[in-house]
Ligand binder design. Structure first.
Ligand SMILES: C[S@@+](CC[C@H](N)C(=O)[O-])C[C@H]1O[C@@H](n2cnc3c(N)ncnc32)[C@H](O)[C@@H]1O
Length: 364
């Protein structure tokens, strides 16, 4: 079988509606076609170490494979889990949403030092936190420790689905479109949403319902979605038969910043997030990256590009940009070595890549 042109694998051409608006996702058709080409053994394990919204793990699971997905961003773990809520939940989605809203009426949330107060007017923050607390009472384990990042690994698919609906709520309430789709910034003035959080929440429920109607949600027991750094995957040696993935590119896209509002909603403060941001592959935050950590000799191509950036006479080329490129090559190298470690000898896979440029020099 021949793969189609990359343009035909974009979301716009997809028969499956987008589960959650996310800049970097590929379509379900792409994974379906790649699986036909790679033809992994039926009892094989398929992995995506940069799982994002979970397109690989969703399709692989649908086709009966054991699917394993990792991402360093807890928001992506929640969204990819939500995608595995089964279609038979469709009839309960709205009634449970209404119950959550009814019980939120009795909540009086304390919102001192809430980071969302830098973004939205206080009554809106109070309202959305009341809905969130009510939802958590219904669906989260009573001892859930959200400050332990690993807690997200244990969240049920249904709890993840309503958390994703809250993500939609806060994103729709913010509704400020910047020129960069992956960069969301604190507004100059507090956002005063045009509708109440309750109404925006119910609209988000409707959006989620339409996904149930068009893109049947499916899950079986053999999917595992958890938080991990691609440089250190909690997977045994030579145990994976197929990898289908797309790493962050060398374009300084800040994947954590793109989901900043969702992360603040989950309850993380800026200082925790800044630490996590530094570990993202392709991060633009390279202040602490020490030149002596830089791996040279990864390949002649990497060395050539690093040399080009180091010698370029444009502003910050030999400092900030050099570090950014070196850190990217370093982190990607260790991630690829990790994928190599976990792959079976006869395993195969597909990694989606894209050229990027530093000035006129093709960089990757
Ligand atoms: C190009 S996106 C993947 C999109 C995915 N294919 C989909 O369909 O949604 C890359 C993902 O890598 C994640 N990521 C970045 N650095 C990471 C790291 N060090 N370890 C694991 N995941 C990381 C980002 O959070 C992002 O979700």
């Amino acid at each position: 079988m021949e793969l189609r042109s990359p343009k035909l694998y974009t979301h716009k051409k997809s028969k499956t509606p987008i589960f959650y608006p996310y800049y970097a996702g590929y379509s379900t058709e792409f994974v379906e076609d790649i699986l036909k080409v790679l033809n992994p053994q039926k009892n094989g394990r398929i992995i995506d170490p940069w799982n994002g919204t979970g397109t690989t793990t969703y399709v692989a699971n649908q086709q009966g494979f054991e699917a394993i997905g990792f991402d360093l961003n807890p928001v992506m773990i929640v969204i990819s889990k939500a995608r595995h809520t089964t279609s038979d939940f469709q009839t309960s989605l709205r009634p449970l949403a209404i119950e959550i809203l009814n019980s939120a009426k009795d909540q009086i949330p304390i919102i001192i030092n809430d980071p969302l107060l830098d973004w939205f007017i206080e009554p809106f923050v109070k309202e959305i936190r009341a809905i969130q607390q009510s939802m958590e009472r219904f669906l989260y384990p009573s001892d859930f420790q959200k400050h332990n990042f690993m807690a997200w690994n244990e969240l049920s698919n249904v709890a993840a689905l309503y958390t994703t609906i809250l993500f939609r709520t806060i994103k729709n309430a913010y509704n400020i479109k910047g020129s960069n789709p992956t960069w969301i910034k604190t507004p100059d003035e507090l956002v005063h949403p045009t509708s109440s959080a309750r109404d925006i929440f119910m609209n988000a429920v409707e959006e989620q319902e339409s996904y149930f109607k068009h893109g049947s949600l499916f899950a079986n027991e053999t999917v595992s979605l958890s938080l991990a750094n691609s440089k250190c995957l909690p997977v045994e040696n030579e145990s994976i038969s197929c990898v289908i993935t797309s790493p962050p590119y060398l374009t300084r896209i800040d994947y954590l910043k793109a989901t900043w509002l969702e992360l603040l909603l989950l309850g993380y403060d800026e200082s925790v997030l800044q630490t996590l941001r530094k570990d993202m592959l392709g991060t633009p935050i390279v202040r602490d990256f020490k030149p002596n950590e830089i791996t040279t000799g990864i390949s002649d191509t990497c060395d050539k590009i690093l040399d080009f950036v180091l010698r370029h006479n444009s502003h910050a080329s030999s400092t900030y940009y050099y570090k950014t490129y070196a850190k990217y090559f370093n982190d990607l190298y260790f991630s690829i070595m990790e994928i190599h470690r976990i792959m079976q000898k006869n395993g195969n896979g597909a990694i989606v890549v894209q050229s990027s440029y530093y000035k006129e020099q093709e960089a990757c």
